[in-house]
Design a binder for this molecule. Structure first.
Ligand SMILES: *[C@@H]1O[C@H](CO)[C@@H](O)[C@H](O)[C@H]1NC(C)=O
Ligand SMILES: *[C@@H]1O[C@H](CO)[C@@H](O)[C@H](O)[C@H]1NC(C)=O
Length: 195
């Protein structure tokens, strides 16, 4: 009998400690609250828009002022198709396919040869716009680019400025590729949802 009482007392103590801990957590949770619900309109987020851009991505690897630089080369006897190569880019984005057509932004980031069996790039780049109402805003693109496919789709994973909360995709098509110099012009059709 005494033993049963003892065990009951023990359970009661454990239970009280548990309850007081719960209360403490609830109170502390209130005191340290750092997140709050916010109405989207308070941030000026009213209506989602879909914007389409057609841009030309100018990748210059030759000549004295390349806009794409290989920064990592794999050990020569470890890679048969360039797998592991990483290049940094600061490519012009123009409204026409000609190099001297109007510049509206730059594609800044990197690409890496990420496939051991084909030419499949990992692209990680920001389109940084410099024109009109888009000036100063960016779109971030992260995706797979199998460069010898006719159309390559890559996701837009976010943005800044006008493109805050951006989502969408791009379709890339090679417009011109100079096999001697390695220079390429790629048409990018950008479909972006933003506010
Ligand atoms: C690869 O090349 C490096 C140096 O060039 C050499 O030390 C190494 O043994 C080579 N490995 C193979 C598997 O041939
Ligand atoms: C874009 O913004 C920058 C910095 O605010 C400014 O210097 C530049 O003149 C703007 N360009 C255009 C085309 O509006």
């Amino acid at each position: 009998m005494a033993k049963t009482l003892q065990i009951s007392a023990l359970f009661f103590t454990i239970f009280s400690v548990f309850i007081s801990q719960l209360l403490l957590i609830a109170i502390e949770g209130k005191e340290h609250k750092f997140g709050r619900n916010l109405s989207p309109t308070k941030l000026g987020l009213r209506k989602e828009k879909l914007t389409h851009f057609r841009l030309y991505w100018q990748d210059i690897v030759s000549g004295p002022k390349p806009t794409a630089l290989v920064v990592v080369r794999p050990p020569h006897n470890k890679s048969s198709n360039g797998f592991g190569t990483v290049a940094m880019i600061d490519d012009a984005l123009t409204i026409g396919p000609e190099l001297n057509s109007k510049l509206v932004g730059r594609a800044q980031g990197l690409f890496a040869l990420a496939s051991q069996t084909e030419v499949g790039l990992l692209m990680a780049m920001n389109f940084a716009f410099i024109e009109g109402k888009y000036n100063g805003s960016t779109i971030s693109i992260l995706g797979r680019n199998k460069v010898f496919s006719q159309v390559r789709e890559m996701p837009i994973i976010g943005g800044t400025g006008i493109f805050r909360f951006a989502k969408g995709y791009v379709l890339a098509r090679t417009h011109a590729f100079d096999i001697k110099s390695g220079d390429a012009t790629v048409e990018y059709n950008v479909y972006v949802i933003h506010y």
